[in-house]
Design a protein around this ligand. Sequence first.
Ligand code: ZN
Length: 446
Amino acid sequence: MSRVIVLVGVIVLVALAASWLSGNPGNVTIEWLGWRADTSVTMLAFLIALVTVLGAIGYRMWRAVLLAPGRFFQARRTRRSRRGYQALSSGMIAAAAGDTAEAQRQARKAENLLEDASVTRLLRAEAAKLNGDASTARRTYEEMADNPETALIGLRGLLDQADERGDRAEALRLAEKAHRQHPKAQGIVRRLLDLQVEFGQWDAADRTLSEAVRHKTFPPSEAKHWRAAVLLERSRTAERDGEVAEALALAKQAHQLDGARVPVAVQFADLLHAQGKTKRAQKVLEKIWQLQPHPDIAEAYGALFASDTDLARVKRYQRLLSFRPDHAEGHLALAQAALAAQLWGEARAHLGQASERGVTPRVCRMMAELEEAEHDDGAAARGWLERATTAEPDPAWVCDNCGAAAGEWTARCGNCNTFDALAWHPPLHTPRLTQDAPAPALPASG
Ligand SMILES: [Zn+2]
């Protein structure tokens, strides 16, 4: 648009000048080095315009001749890089499809055609990996790790290789390095966290998670849940080191982040009680009990009133049961207290209530205890103990990853090292004896 305006402006100016010149005719005489030329002003203006136009055309032609070789090489480079990128993408597809020979062929082609080695290295590394050439892959990943643009891919490749070798310390070192360079890369944060957990580096894991929360690397609810687990482990460590105040502060923080975690609430309540804040501890336990009745809560609740008489403790558990009368745990906890207080009728009634919700080995063992204590009935007790071996298993802390059961909740599975995998439910693969199972054959006697 603006060019049109300029052009129109120039034409108008030329027309004005021509009309002015024709209205004001005159002669020009040039004398120079003994030469003399006479002409009109109009002719002189025309000659100046002609020289200007010819000069401009000449300049353009001269430039075109001068730049031709450059243009030629530029076009050649563009063609080469286009073929290079084609080889790169064909190679990537071949690598993804597992065609080792084709991936390697295309990798060599791409490296010959492309000037930027950083983009071809990944294909070279993938092809080497497919070919089982770990040392070439490793060298290539190291080259990539040294280049800021490809450092993350290089470090991830090295990290995968360390994982495959089972070199956990090297994996941790690489994950830390990758995390320093790319603190927001979600995959790296998760791997670093897992490794820190595996090595029991709870303080470092907490720092990693806090930073992830700041960067919004994970959904906030998930990050809070995880941090509560890590803070619980930090609290336990501080408690073991005799730093009770620190342990309490950490447990409190964990409880604030995730008020529905049973082991966190139990740790918080234990520490509150140890500092003489029994009323507050009781509130914490009663609140979590309402969410999820659990034997660990019942045990911690009993510990708050260790100096009570057996009878007084029965009253405490009656209160606890009143919050969740629908749940077997309350009946079991009360039955246990009643057994200790020799209130046989009360114990039997609540064991009956609990068994309506499932006759588990725990119910069987308590029934055996009751038969023995109340009636001195060894046969009935043995009957219950026998039944315990075939009953549906009690819930336990079970790893969602490997299925191993644990006596106590920990943030890391003691069997497979998975972070935050223990959940409270019946063991997954408990071998069950059924009546249909054939009896093992006895060796023939004689
Ligand atoms: Zn596990």
